[in-house]
Write a protein that binds this ligand. Structure first.
Ligand code: ADP
Length: 549
């Protein structure tokens, strides 16, 4: 084969053990523990772990797994809220060469049993808080599975075990903190298995590799502005794309993790004040909870808290309201398949001078490719041609990145489909603006086609969120004899809101957007959500169908 780089292809310029090492986020912890052994790494209520302790606990974790027969390539499942054990699992499990399957704790027992089976878990570590679900899931799972119980949140941690023989702290003591962890040979080795939340179908097991986790953690830490003095408050579930890789990224900077068992505005505001938290993340619904928290829990703080949001489109009204109460919002977009954020709505100086609403409008766009992405495009999935950057022509968002999954576990057909044509197909429809910013209009399954016109449900929701009495809104297609489909709005009013009729809502929409986009039907009430705060549009579509044409 002809040399591609001439004289630079000489044998003595090749990779060797000294100049090439497998990239892995595990090194972040080894480094932080060695350099800052006394710095606070983890805060959990009254508990504090320094980086020295955090490192030692993770090494014990890995060794304890090994002693229990866990081998490289085995899956270790963890079902826990944002507690130290789950954070430690992000290091302890892969340090043993195993693969972390962080489970969504809001799933029912049947789904958990399905995932344990599909992922072929060899061990389960679960929090006592979920004892009934765990017991039920294990019964459904049928096979014998070693289980470790996390009891640190229980009123009586030393009390009767609910579903396991060994408590997590005792399990850690089985391991030797001095045991060396086997160095990683291949950066392509699996590190985590994450099941998608299944908003569009059956959950799929997304497999991450060490290299991607390293790169995504670095990229996300840089673009979110994490530094050594950052205090990251865990309002985002660590099970969701490994906490958008911040489980590793915060450690990369030797910053401080603040664990939080529950996403409760009272606890969040209290933690911001008590620990001077500087950064937090969450789905737009979490920001909305903070905005609408009762005055009694809405504590004031004198520093700016950086809030990154994504997972669903944040209405600009929510961004605006967050800024008013002291947060600076960074909008991210991504998927489980891409280790969380692929785009960031990067801030531009000239937006500074815009009125708050216009600024929030710019920020509600999903944005530009994140630092760690190779490329992002909006293209026609049939022809694979880019759509013009006119902010109007809709295409599918596609990406290429070192931070994409290896594939879906035991699902070659879905993997091939997702990577067809050498691009990862997100299944999201968007436009490319002339300034290079992408704006998502809908998931391909959610777009409403009315009388041949595409209506973006996100655009209609954006107008609904600006109605003074509306707290939340979701719009889906309703079958219609004449138009094919028409938008149907599901609306939750603010607590203590004045009564509002469907006609009022429709009139508001007609006054603020093209008439054909206005909903033809409005339903009031709470919105069904997934565990990650996404509205379950398929459930609403079923409801809309029942309302009839
Ligand atoms: P699931 O696919 O099961 O819903 P994911 O968490 O992987 O689970 O969801 C990724 C999807 O969430 C994206 O494909 C997109 O539709 C939606 N999403 C994520 N972030 C945003 C955002 N900032 N704006 C709009 N939609 C978003």
């Amino acid at each position: 084969m002809a040399a591609a780089n001439g004289q630079y292809d000489a044998a003595h310029l090749a990779r060797n053990a000294a100049n090439f090492a497998a990239l892995t986020p595990l090194n972040f912890l080894a480094r932080a523990a060695a350099i800052y052994p006394d710095k606070v790494a983890v805060i959990d209520g009254p508990r504090r772990f320094t980086y020295g302790e955090f490192g030692a606990r993770c090494r014990r974790f890995a060794d304890a797994l090994r002693r229990r027969g866990i081998a490289p390539g085995d899956t270790v499942a963890v079902l826990a809220p944002n507690v130290p054990a789950l954070l430690e699992a992000h290091y302890g499990v892969p340090m043993a060469g195993a693969v972390l399957n962080a489970l969504n704790y809001r799933l029912d027992a049947a789904s958990i049993a399905f995932i344990l089976g599909h992922g072929q878990a060899k061990l389960l570590i679960a929090d006592r808080e979920f004892a009934p679900t765990v017991t039920d899931a294990l019964a459904r799972f049928g096979k014998k599975l070693p289980v470790i119980e996390i009891a640190d949140g229980a009123a009586d941690p030393r009390g009767t075990m609910q579903f396991a023989e060994v408590e997590y702290e005792d399990f850690l003591l089985e391991g030797d903190p001095a045991a060396p962890w086997s160095p990683l040979q291949d950066e392509w080795a699996p590190i985590a298995l994450n099941y998608t939340s299944g908003t569009t179908g059956n959950p799929k097991g997304v497999v991450y590799h060490h290299r991607g986790a390293f790169l995504a953690a670095m990229g996300n830490a840089i673009t979110f502005g994490l530094g050594p003095d950052s205090v990251y408050l865990w309002t985002l579930p660590m099970f969701h794309c490994n906490g958008w890789t911040y489980t590793w990224g915060v450690t990369a900077l030797a910053a401080t993790h603040v664990c939080l068992r529950r996403v409760d505005p009272a606890l969040i505001f209290a933690a911001i004040v008590e620990h001077r938290a500087t950064h937090l993340s969450g789905a737009p619904i979490v920001l909305n909870m903070l905005v609408h928290a009762p005055d009694a829990v809405k504590q004031r703080f004198d520093h700016v808290v950086e809030a990154s949001t994504g997972g669903a489109a944040p209405p600009s009204a929510v961004i605006e309201a967050m800024e008013r109460i002291g947060f600076r919002v960074t909008h991210l977009y991504g998927l489980t398949e891409s280790y969380g954020p692929t785009t960031i709505c990067a801030w531009q100086e000239e937006w500074e001078g815009l009125p708050l609403a216009a600024r929030a409008g710019k920020m509600a766009r999903q944005g530009i490719a994140n630092l760690h992405l190779d490329r992002q495009r909006v293209a026609d999935p049939e022809t694979m041609q880019d759509v013009p950057a006119d902010g109007e022509t809709i295409g599918e968002v596609m990406v290429r990145s070192n931070t994409l999954m290896k594939g879906y576990l035991l699902n070659p057909a879905a993997t091939d489909e997702a990577f067809a044509g050498g691009w990862f197909h997100t299944g999201d429809l968007g436009v490319m603006h002339p300034d290079g910013y992408v704006e998502i209009k809908d998931r391909s399954k959610d777009i409403i086609i009315s009388g041949g016109e595409n209506i973006s449900s996100i655009e209609v929701e954006e107008v609904l969120y600006r109605h003074p009495q509306v707290m939340e809104a979701a719009v889906v297609a309703k079958p219609d004899e004449r138009w094919g489909e028409t938008p149907c709005a599901f609306v939750t009013l603010k607590p203590g809101a004045e009564p509002v009729s469907a006609a009022d809502i429709i009139a508001w929409c007609r006054a603020n957007m093209a008439h054909y986009k206005a909903p033809k039907a409005v339903v009031f009430g709470p919105l069904p959500k997934t565990s990650t705060g996404k509205v379950q549009k398929y459930a609403l579509r079923e409801q809309a169908k029942e309302i009839g044409a």
